[in-house]
Design a protein around this ligand. Structure first.
Ligand code: SF4
Length: 194
């Protein structure tokens, strides 16, 4: 029989983890005098390629209006952490790039991730794969239900092919690469909507 309390407990556990992330990021935010969303933007710009580093992509990724994103981007530009580079193909559009100062801040911010990674690393490889698989499937479900607007991960990408479902063997139609659960990409620059 299904335990009706379990979904609530899982949701509470995920919320708790989110709270830990917010607390750890808030410690850095206070030190660096940045808002949590400005921190998220710096991390995003560090993790993504040129094509995804625009105000439009930031607003899609974080479910924020372009005006809100532009305000935060202006603050980060004034603080000297990012610069706007005009695109050759479209003079009205800009690519956002971290400055040297921005990269230093990202390295400091990344410290909070270290504490999380240390804890995750105490689990066996098998357990980590299992957790990753379950979280992936949850993100895919939320993405299909339109709770998450942009997942940008293999399972929801138009280039994603399932080679063998039982063996969890997949392939990227773009690169030709075959991979298992651990190879699933998150935040891929070449993601296309399926
Ligand atoms: S393009 Fe990127 S997200 Fe899409 S299947 Fe290939 S690696 Fe995964």
């Amino acid at each position: 029989m299904k335990n009706n309390e379990l979904p609530k407990k899982i949701a509470s556990s995920l919320e708790k983890l989110n709270q830990v992330q917010r607390i750890l990021q808030w410690e850095v935010a206070k030190k660096e005098q940045l808002s949590p969303i400005q921190i998220q933007f710096l991390l995003y710009l560090n993790d993504h390629g040129e094509a995804l580093r625009t105000v439009t992509h930031l607003s899609e990724e974080f479910d924020l209006t372009k005006a809100t994103v532009s305000d935060a981007v202006s603050t980060l530009t004034n603080k000297g952490f990012i610069i706007k580079i005009q695109q050759e193909t479209d003079k009205r559009s800009h690519v956002l790039e971290l400055t040297k100062e921005g990269i230093v801040i990202v390295e400091r911010i990344a410290g909070w991730r270290g504490r999380l990674l240390e804890s995750i690393d105490t689990f066996s490889d098998e357990e980590q794969t299992h957790i990753f698989d379950l979280l992936n499937r949850l993100i895919v479900k939320l993405s299909r239900d339109k709770v998450i607007s942009v997942a940008r991960m293999c399972n929801t990408c138009g280039n994603f092919l399932v080679i063998n479902k039982m063996k969890s063997l997949y392939k990227c139609n773009l690169t030709g690469e075959e991979f298992s659960i651990n190879g699933i990409n998150l935040g891929c620059d070449f993601y296309i909507n399926s």
